[in-house]
Design a protein around this ligand. Sequence first.
Ligand SMILES: [Zn+2]
Length: 296
Amino acid sequence: MIQHDVELKKFDLHTNDVIKRDFYKDRIVEACPTCGSTWHIKYGFYNGIQRYKCKVCDKTFSRATNSLWSYSKKNTRIWMEFTELMTENKTLKFCAEKLNISIGTAFYWRHKILKALSIDSIPDNLSGVVHVGKVIIKENFKGCRDPEIIAASTPRENIWVIGARGQEDTMFIKPIFKYQWDKVAFNEKVYTKIEKNSYIAAYGDSNINAIAMRHNKNKSIKVDKEYRIKYIWPNLKKWLSIFHGVASKYLQRYLSFFIIMNLDKAIDYMDLIYDRLFEGNRFIKTDEIRIRSSLF
Ligand SMILES: [Zn+2]
């Protein structure tokens, strides 16, 4: 008699393996994650994923080593659903309830994904007509349990977030300095990214406006408004409110996600997973995912 798999657990596990295998089939492993040697041999398969053995240190590794999923015991399908819900801006509580995972797991996953997204979402160069604006955000110590840090940081300082967009289908949004306008920091971290023969369109800040005037050699041309920069403040405020406030030390990660969700190219969650999280040979080490508080 055929034993019925009532809860379809086997089916689910099988699907999980197939999805995982599909994700890793094109991933190329160049060097041993332990010693960095490129001398390795194929060493069979585990759950359909190619394994290798390093000829220098004898350690084995696979196409899944150090990837986002390699240490996740949860079902791959839940991971994908989580990513989908995240792109729909659902709250952690909603995700946890819907996917039957703990809030802690949901929080950890969200940061894994945000960390992966922050690797390359910011353009190195801005060219053409470059629209530049700013948002001032108050420091936020959400999640910080050290009363001394909180006490030493009152009143909360202003963080200047600069947003810029050139002709590329991507955006620059970064926290650049604290307190007051800081021309040196602006020049070093933003102005150096703007190409010499570009035209700067400034929005809503006299300091940025002065820099634009000098850059444009006092010439003024009529350009179409870039609404993503013009309305960066209300848009970003709305965006951050979805997460019920964001701790300043995580701000850059959320900004990267904001950039991706604001591109012209429509991105659905599958694109997000394929293009951003599992692209080619990229290794994301789990210890890199751990919290770094250096924002500036
Ligand atoms: Zn090795």
